[in-house]
Design a protein around this ligand. Structure first.
Ligand code: NAD
Ligand code: NA
Length: 396
C-alpha cells in the first residue's frame, strides 16, 4: 500500500518500511565513513530500535564488527496497518548486519519484565557466552515493577512551583505560553521508578549473577542536562530526579562490578528530536533554536553522529575515558558551549509564532520528526506501493 504520515498529537500513527530501512542504511554509511573503532565485540543493547539505542547498535556493529542482541518494545505490522518505526528499523538492521556477516538477534518485549531479561540471558548464554558492553537506552512512559506488579507512570512536571514558559506546537508552528503545575511526591517517585536507574541495576545484577558479563565489561546509560530555559521542566523537574537517580546508579553498579573490573557510565547526550523528546513541553522550541545555531556553526549532530563520537573519542579512545567532576561522560559538550547557549537564550526571548520560522529551525525539527517514522528520506519513492508486512528475521 502507499504509506503516508498520519499525525495524531505528538505521534505519527504510520511508519514507512523503506524509509526506515533508508534511515538505517544512512546511519551505517556514516559509521563506516568514520573508520573502525577498537571497541566491544559482544554487545547487548536495551532500547535498541530507535534513537540513541539504535545508533549504539549500529555503531557497535558497523564500527567495531560487534555481535549485537537488541531488546525493544515495538508494534509488528498487521494486514493494512504499519508497524512502529523501531520494528522496521530493526528488520533493516538485522538484514544489513547479516549481509555484513555480523551476528544480530532481537527480542521484542517489555525490558522491565523478568521474562524478557531471562530471554536475553538465555540468548547470550547460547550464542555469545558473555557480553562486554551493555547499552541501556530505554525511554518509556510506564514501567511495571516485576516484584510488585504495580504499573508506574512517569510525568513531565516541574517540582515546587508552577512553571510558565514558551513552547511551540511544531506541527502548526504556534508559539504559546504553557503553564505546568508542579508534581506531587507520588508523581516524583513514580517518574524515578520508570526512568531512574533501578531497572538498569536489575539488568546488570542479573547478567552478572548468571556469569554473562565478561571481565572488564562496561555498561552505559544516557542522560540529559540542558540549558536554563528548560531546567524547571527537565533537569530540576520530575524527569531530572529520575536522571539524578540514573547517574547515582552508575556508581553503585560500578561498585558491584569491582571483582570483574567492570564499569558503569552515564553519557550526557545532546537534545535531539526523538519520539521521547517531542512529547516534553518547551523542549521542541529549544531544539528548534538550538538546531539553527548548531547548524550555522557547523557543529550539529544527530543520534548517529553523537554515538559514533561517544565510542570513538570517549569510550574507546586512548588514555582513558574523560568525565566531568560528577563522573559523567559529556557528549553534550558542543550543545552546552557558551557561544551556543548565549545565542539560544537571546533567540528564546525573541521567539514568537511570527519570528520562529526565521530565527529557529522549525523546518529541520519537522523534517527530523518525520524522519523518525521513515518519511522525507531522499531516494525513497513514497508514491510507490510499499510492503508493510516486514518481519524482523530473528523474531519468530
Ligand atoms: P527513543 O524513544 O528513541 O528510544 C527508546 C527505546 O526504548 C526504543 O528502542 C523502544 O523500543 C525502547 N523501549 C521503550 N519501552 C520499552 C520497554 N518497556 N521494553 C523494551 N524496550 C522499550 O528514545 P531516545 O531519545 O533514544 O532515549 C534513549 C535514552 O536517551 C533515554 O534515557 C533518554 O532520556 C536519553 N536521552 C535523550 C535525549 C533526547 O534529546 N532525545 C537526550 C539525552 C539523553
Ligand atoms: Na533508544
Amino acid at each position: 500500500m502507499v504509506i503516508e504520515p498520519r499525525m495524531r498529537g505528538f505521534i505519527c500513527l504510520t511508519a514507512h518500511p523503506d524509509g526506515c530501512a533508508k534511515s538505517v542504511k544512512n546511519q551505517i554509511e556514516y559509521v563506516k565513513s568514520k573508520g573502525s573503532v577498537d571497541g566491544a565485540k559482544k554487545v547487548l543493547v536495551i532500547g535498541a530500535s530507535t534513537g540513541f539505542g539504535l545508533a549504539s547498535r549500529i555503531t557497535s556493529a558497523f564500527g567495531s564488527g560487534a555481535a549485537t542482541i537488541g531488546v525493544f518494545f515495538e508494534k509488528p505490522p498487521s494486514e493494512g496497518k504499519t508497524a512502529s518505526p523501531g520494528w522496521y528499523n530493526s528488520a533493516a538492521f538485522e538484514k544489513e548486519a547479516k549481509s555484513a556477516g555480523l551476528y544480530a538477534k532481537s527480542i521484542n518485549g517489555d525490558a522491565f519484565s523478568d521474562e524478557v531479561k531471562q530471554q536475553a540471558m538465555d540468548m547470550i548464554k547460547a550464542d555469545l557466552g558473555q557480553v562486554d558492553l551493555v547499552i541501556y537506552s530505554l525511554a518509556s512512559p510506564v514501567r511495571t515493577d516485576p516484584k510488585t506488579g504495580i504499573l508506574h507512570r512517569s510525568t513531565l512536571k516541574p517540582i515546587g512551583n508552577t512553571f510558565t514558559n514558551k513552547t511551540v506546537d511544531f506541527h502548526t508552528g504556534n508559539v504559546t505560553q504553557v503553564s505546568i503545575e508542579p508534581a506531587n511526591e507520588e508523581e516524583i517517585a513514580n517518574t524515578v521508578k520508570v526512568m531512574g536507574g533501578e531497572d538498569w541495576a536489575m539488568w546488570i545484577d542479573a547478567l552478572k549473577a548468571a556469569g554473562l558479563l565478561a571481565q572488564g565489561a562496561m555498561t552505559i546509560a544516557y542522560s540529559y542536562i540542558g540549558p536554563a530555559v528548560t531546567e524547571a521542566v527537565y533537569r530540576k523537574g520530575t524527569i531530572g530526579r529520575a536522571k539524578d537517580h540514573l547517574e547515582a546508579t552508575a556508581f553503585s553498579i560500578t561498585d558491584s562490578l569491582k571483582d570483574i573490573g567492570g564499569k558503569a557510565y552515564v553519557s550526557v547526550n545532546k537534545a535531539l528530536v526523538t519520539q521521547a523528546s517531542s512529547a516534553i513541553p518547551v523542549i521542541p522550541l529549544y531544539i528548534s533554536l538550538l538546531y539553527k545555531i548548531m547548524k550555522e556553526k557547523g557543529i550539529h549532530e544527530g543520534c548517529i553522529e553523537q554515538i559514533q563520537r561517544l565510542f570513538q573519542d570517549r569510550l574507546y579512545a586512548d588514555g582513558g575515558i574523560p568525565t566531568d567532576d560528577q563522573g559523567r561522560i559529556r557528549i553534550d559538550d558542543w550543545e552546552m558551549r557558551d557561544d551556543v547557549q548565549e545565542k539560544v537564550a537571546a533567540l528564546w526571548e525573541r521567539s514568537t509564532t511570527e519570528t520562529l520560522p526565521g530565527i529557529g529551525d522549525l523546518a529541520g525539527y519537522k523534517n527530523d520528526f518525520l524522519n523518525l517514522f521513515g518519511f522525507e528520506f531522499a531516494g525513497v519513492d513514497y508514491m510507490a506501493d510499499a510492503n508493510e508486512m516486514v518481519s524482523v528475521e530473528s523474531i519468530p
